[in-house]
Design a binder for this molecule. Structure first.
Ligand code: ADP
Length: 382
């Protein structure tokens, strides 16, 4: 067997999966190193669940721990390809690519556009290059799915020279949308050919309007800050707020820290970024943060359905979309005008089909790792 390793590096975690290389890669192992820093933890999900403390770990130490844990699964088989989730591919990269020095230099230049993700993605590429000098390294971009979306969703109404400079609406979560549209093509072809809104609701959250499998509009824009409120990110904001805060003496790094790390559910509730914690809380602030979250999703659902000229299907995914019947029910309430309704028992059981109206509502777990593994297998074969 030759193996493919996928890496998805965030600021505080390194998610990984090991696949047997094949046209349709076979998953052998998956897990993550969480809480990178002084007290990191390895959490394995497959082939068995187990957790252990790692102590201090950065991305390179985490990768070494992952390789040690994967040793029994790899059994001496060669890792021929390492596939990476890379958040930002800019205007240049519309497809997965083999990462060479030239491509890495271009991706490095995009760091300011995705400061929370891109540096960690690239740190994982460097660590994997040291660990597997002979393997092909592949980059898969969250922006790629949105390439080719219409100009009106690609631009802002600011002086045109900024568009030429790259100040555009790139859109993100593309690996998830890619996987989910693939599932629609396989299992619900009539929906795949129609007008669908996908709500990817995890710690990061966005929604995408998709017609015939292609992105038409998305809630995320120039950076992964726009659109829906998230665990710690603000989502859409009146730019006048930023002018006001700058004027008051807040520095750009302070502003960035506030918008990326201290806003969203965490900032609004003052309690937690984690939806489970907020749902379990009796505090008024937790309720208000959830109210705002649901309100913004509903507002975007209406807007994206209008962009599509109607709605043939709605898909929920991501940690919250896949698991929270309460959030889904609240999003769907009173949406009969879009043909949406909720089947209570099916929703409570997290079933795949939870709709009760004419418009199907699906809950589909996303699998960004599989998209990366498939692309890596393809580029290895090619
Ligand atoms: P990431 O974007 O980091 O991959 P996930 O997709 O795992 O994040 O989503 C994490 C979010 O999902 C957290 O807010 C967590 O509370 C939420 N979540 C997970 N399970 C449930 C659940 N059963 N009910 C409500 N929220 C949940």
């Amino acid at each position: 067997m030759s193996a493919i390793l996928t890496l998805n590096a965030g600021s505080s975690s390194l998610k990984f999966a090991v696949y047997e290389a094949a046209d349709e890669p076979v998953l052998r192992m998956t897990g993550q190193v969480e809480n990178l820093g002084p007290a990191a933890r390895m959490v394995l999900k497959l082939p068995e669940q187990n957790e252990r403390e790692l102590g201090a770990a950065d991305h390179a130490v985490a990768l070494r721990a992952i390789l040690a844990a994967a040793e029994p699964v790899l059994g001496g088989h060669l890792v021929r390809g390492v596939g990476h989730r890379i958040v930002h591919g800019g205007t240049a990269f519309a497809e997965p690519i083999v990462l060479n020095d030239d491509a890495l230099a271009q991706l490095n230049a995009l760091v300011p556009l995705a400061p929370l993700h891109q540096p960690h993605n690239l740190a994982a590429v460097a660590a994997a290059g040291d660990a597997f000098p002979d393997a092909v390294q592949v980059g898969c971009f969250d922006t790629a799915f949105h390439h080719g979306h219409p100009f009106v969703n690609d631009t802002f109404a600011i002086p045109r020279r900024f568009y030429q400079e790259g100040v555009r609406r790139y859109g993100f979560h593309g690996l998830s949308y890619d996987y989910l549209t693939g599932r629609l093509r396989a299992d619900w072809p009539h929906l795949a050919a129609g007008r669908v809104v996908i709500a990817h609701l995890g710690n990061g959250a966005s929604m995408c309007a998709i017609r015939n499998g292609r992105s038409v509009a998305s809630t995320m824009g120039f950076t992964a800050l726009d659109g829906l409120p998230m665990g710690t990110r603000s989502g859409q904001l009146d730019p006048g707020v930023l002018l006001y805060l700058l004027d008051r003496g807040m520095t750009p790094p302070e502003l960035a820290n506030m918008l990326y790390r201290d806003s969203g559910l965490k900032g609004l509730s003052g309690i937690s970024h984690d939806m489970r914690t907020l749902l379990a809380s009796d505090a008024e602030e937790a309720r208000q943060a959830i109210d705002y979250y649901v309100f913004r999703i509903r507002r975007e659902l209406g807007g994206l359905s209008a962009v599509l000229g109607g709605l043939d299907g709605l898909v929920f995914s991501g940690g919250i979309g896949e698991n929270s019947d309460e959030i889904r029910a609240r999003v769907l309430e009173g949406m009969e005008f879009l043909g949406l309704g909720v089947n209570g028992p099916a929703n409570a059981a997290n079933e795949t089909r939870i709709g009760a109206g004419r418009t199907p509502v699906l809950v589909i777990p996303t699998d960004e790792e599989r998209v990366i593994a498939r692309a890596t297998a393809r580029l290895l074969a090619g």
